[in-house]
Design a protein around this ligand. Structure first.
Ligand code: IPE
Ligand code: IPE
Ligand code: MG
Length: 245
């Protein structure tokens, strides 16, 4: 483990990190507007957004967060102009080629949320290779939601359950969750959205049933360690009741 762990399990800085959420999920929005403000093409914003991922992963690992989920491409994003879609596909491929080894050395376990099979064979293979390489890492899990939709995920789970031939009486919430892309993982405690919108945009709609929400005007490429700290501080002000008193 190469991240300097202030982690939950590490001792130092524990008073602060004990209250860090276990699982943070981020809707990385605002790349296009970030670029527009600078008179740059939207793709330059996406590029800056991809570059920002590493520092946020590092900051999360240092805060003792066990799982970080990032929303990178939604099933609805296919509706964007062809050039932008192509650009986003290329950026993921490039990021995997450039970053996977470093992430692996830092103990990051990569998981993919979404349908891999709809992607180009080359990109799909790169994703599968990265998942296989990092499968046994334990410092932090990074879920990359790419070609992900919450409704599609629920349909995918139902298909899995039907295909497995489960009887209705065997299906409860825990069993259902076993068929989601996030099988085996804890639910997000905190959902962060950058770029100022106040909506989920089809992100983790099952898993976020009891998550705390935090929205910031800051565009994703500008979301740094200090912004993460603010989000966690806001989370720590919340009283989670889960329906109880
Ligand atoms: C988020 O940034 C990244 C993706 C959806 C792929 P946007 O591209 O949505 O940026 P804005 O919202 O247009 O500024
Ligand atoms: C949500 O952002 C999807 C991702 C960040 C990948 P969008 O920009 O696509 O969401 P809407 O269209 O504003 O709801
Ligand atoms: Mg957007």
């Amino acid at each position: 483990m190469l991240f300097r762990g202030k982690g939950n399990r590490a001792g130092e800085g524990q008073a602060e990190s004990q209250r860090a959420p276990r699982h943070i999920a981020i809707i990385m929005d605002g790349n296009g507007r970030w670029a527009q403000r600078r008179g740059l093409p939207r793709l330059a914003g996406h590029r800056a957004g991809v570059q920002n991922i590493r520092r946020v992963v590092e900051a999360c690992a240092e805060s003792g967060i066990e799982t970080l989920t990032i929303y990178a491409f939604s099933t609805e994003n296919w509706g964007r102009p062809e050039d932008e879609v192509k650009g986003l596909m290329n950026l993921l491929g490039e990021a995997l080629a450039r970053e996977t080894q470093t992430l692996h050395e830092k103990g990051v376990r990569l998981r993919h949320l979404g349908e891999i099979s709809d992607l180009s064979p080359d990109l799909a293979q790169r994703i599968r290779d990265a998942l296989a390489l990092t499968a046994n890492n334990t410092t932090i899990t990074l879920n990359v939601a790419f070609n992900y939709g919450g409704r599609a995920e629920i349909v995918h789970a139902v298909q899995g359950i039907v295909a497995a031939g489960l009887a209705p009486s065997e299906v409860d919430e825990a069993r259902f969750a076993d068929y989601l892309y996030t099988a085996g993982q804890s639910d997000p405690d905190l959902v962060v959205r950058t770029g100022g919108e106040m909506r989920l945009s089809n992100f983790l709609i099952w898993q976020s049933a009891y998550a705390e929400y935090y929205s910031t005007e800051v565009f994703w490429p500008d979301f740094d360690q200090e912004e993460l700290r603010k989000a966690i501080a806001a989370y720590n002000q919340r009283q989670r009741r889960f329906g109880k008193l």
